[in-house]
Design a protein around this ligand. Structure first.
Ligand SMILES: [Zn+2]
Length: 95
């Protein structure tokens, strides 16, 4: 029943719960940087790690909290689709 085919949408500020606890006992990590690898900070001991996105996707259990950038990204997407509509309307005859 595992259908996690979509790529994980991560943003800076996301708090993730992983399947395995860090040696310090904490299960939660905060995303602090995105790139080819995901930069995360352990919420328990503050240790920073750099993990390949794949590894994060595999180890992640769920989102504890979403970063503010998710809202921002949604807004941008909305604005973009509105801009598309405006362009489409502009192409239509004015009468
Ligand atoms: Zn830790």
């Amino acid at each position: 029943m595992a259908r996690q085919t979509e790529p994980l949408e991560l943003v800076v500020g996301d708090v993730l719960e992983l399947r395995k606890p860090h040696p310090c006992g904490s299960l939660t990590w905060t995303v602090t940087g995105l790139g080819a690898d995901i930069r995360m900070k352990c919420d328990g001991c503050g240790r920073r790690v750099l993990l390949p996105r794949r590894t994060v996707e595999k180890r992640m259990k769920r989102f504890i909290a979403r970063g503010p950038a998710v809202e921002l990204a949604r807004q941008l997407l909305e604005e973009e689709s509105q801009a598309d509509e405006a362009l489409a309307n502009r192409g239509a005859p004015a009468k």
